[in-house]
Design a protein around this ligand. Structure first.
Ligand code: ATP
Length: 444
């Protein structure tokens, strides 16, 4: 840790050299600069930029640019200078390590036209870090105690590389280490300094399933006006559309009011606040003290995987049958061979038999079955690629089967199959009816 000339959540630690923007009527503009050869060469996926952009956006900041540069001092300096000239916040990640290719502190110093000084408390903390692990500090690590004279250091509770906070004109530049588990808590720590009004921003996310994003936007109409407070926005991801509410300086009651308006307009397609479908059905099954089994063909276990991502799954999910071949549909799920001969594996009769067989054999309250043609091969005129049957059998309700025709490639068909299976279960557990995207009329 670097408690020295470092900062906590208070702006009072900002020294005289660090300027603070004082006008927050207009949204602050930010840029994200990701540094590292492993990023430019495609060896590491730049998840930091996505994470930081989401955080900044949820805090009302307008992220205007993402840039990725190699471990090259001149490239880094010119990017820092250019981005600092057009934004009030610049977040740089990576390049703060002890090796020769870690050049962020040097590039920043170049842009500041400053000199590097050794931060004595930071050095002491570094030495203590190594002493705590029973070894002397390697000499190369000493560089991590260097900072531009006008910058301050940021604590890194999870690693050796402290961050840096500097000011280039009205832009605050924060440099954070690359590893996400080090970077994320440090970013959270610096937020009150970067965005002084952050604490007055309240956000809420409503999760929906059943309508596409453009239809939802159409229905929400004026509620999505960009000048509104709270602001209402939509994001489509993984088959769900999230409705984001972001209020600046508002009471919880004001957010409640807008949430109620959104729910009134969208009705039962809103299934939860800030939850995936898998989380929601897990919660609902727990509340109802019910259990689930899966019988999967074209999804190869992905429905079960989605459920088991959530803590608490073991109390509701007993497991699944992975019946990819016809032989296993018969042997494990008890599908009659005649059904497969007559209707084929991708059929209503087969999906229903899989769900019923799975529920009975695994002795659960509900069973979901998925059988379809994910492609790219295997399609026919009457059953084109993307045709998927999903069935839901429950102890106390008739077996339900729906036919879908999902768009896109194999991955897309499998993804839509998973969310649609969970969506069908959600409708039953919540006892509501909504449209289902890509559903086909049952008759062929
Ligand atoms: P360290 O002291 O750990 O070396 P650093 O600031 O020098 O910190 P880098 O060497 O640039 O960080 O990156 C270290 C590791 O952090 C990378 O190998 C990679 O696993 C991860 N990382 C770096 N940048 C990103 C990024 N933009 N997105 C996701 N992971 C990243």
């Amino acid at each position: 840790m670097f408690p020295s000339k470092s900062m906590s959540a208070s702006n009072s630690l900002i020294p005289a050299g660090i300027t603070m923007p004082n006008d927050h009527d207009a949204p602050l503009a930010a840029a994200i600069l990701s540094v590292g050869d492993e990023l430019t060469l495609g060896q590491t996926l730049d998840t930091n930029a996505r994470w930081i952009a989401r955080e900044l956006t949820s805090l009302g900041v307008r992220v205007v640019e993402h840039v990725t540069v190699a471990d090259d001092r001149a490239e880094q300096s010119s990017s820092i200078a250019r981005l600092a000239a057009r934004t009030q916040i610049l977040v740089v990640t990576g390049g703060l390590g002890p090796t020769a290719d870690d050049l962020t502190r040097f590039a920043l110093t170049d842009v500041l036209r400053d000199r590097l000084i050794e931060d004595a408390p930071a050095l002491a903390t570094l030495e203590a870090w190594y002493a705590g692990r029973g070894r002397p500090m390697p000499e190369p690590n000493r560089v991590q105690a260097l900072r531009p004279a006008s910058a301050i250091m940021l604590d890194n509770p999870h690693g050796t590389a402290p961050g840096l906070l500097a000011s280039i004109g009205p832009c605050r530049v924060v440099c954070l280490p690359g590893p996400p588990r080090e970077m994320q808590p440090m970013f959270a720590q610096v937020v009150p300094t970067l965005i002084p009004h952050a604490s007055t921003i309240a956000t809420r996310v409503l999760s929906t399933f059943g309508l596409g994003e453009s239809r939802i936007a159409e229905l929400l109409g004026d509620l999505m006006d960009r000048s509104r407070n709270p602001l209402v926005g939509t994001t489509a991801s993984g088959g769900l559309v999230s409705i984001r509410l972001r209020g600046m300086g508002l009471s919880p009651a004001a957010l409640d009011h807008t949430e109620a308006l959104v729910r009134e307009i969208l009705g039962p397609i809103v299934f939860a606040r800030d939850a995936t479908l898998a989380q929601h059905v897990t919660t609902r099954l727990l509340e109802r003290n019910e259990t689930l089994a899966t019988v999967e063909s074209c999804t190869g276990g992905l429905v079960g995987a989605a459920i088991t991502e959530n803590a608490g799954a073991s109390q509701v999910f007993v497991g699944g049958l992975l019946t990819y071949s016809n032989a296993l549909k018969i042997a494990l799920a008890g599908v009659e061979p005649e059904v497969l001969d007559r209707d084929g594996a991708v059929s209503e009769a087969c999906a229903v038999a899989m769900a019923r067989g799975g529920r009975q054999r695994l002795a659960t309250t509900h069973a979901l079955a998925v059988t379809g043609i994910a492609g790219p091969d295997g399609g026919r005129d009457d059953k084109p690629v993307g045709t998927v049957w999903i069935a839901l059998d429950s102890v106390d309700a008739p077996t339900l089967a729906r036919r879908f025709r999902f768009p896109g490639d194999r991955a897309s068909v499998r993804l839509w199959s998973v969310v649609s299976a969970l969506g069908m279960l959600r409708l039953r557990l919540d006892n509501v009816q909504t449209p289902m995207l890509f559903e086909q009329p049952a008759a062929t």
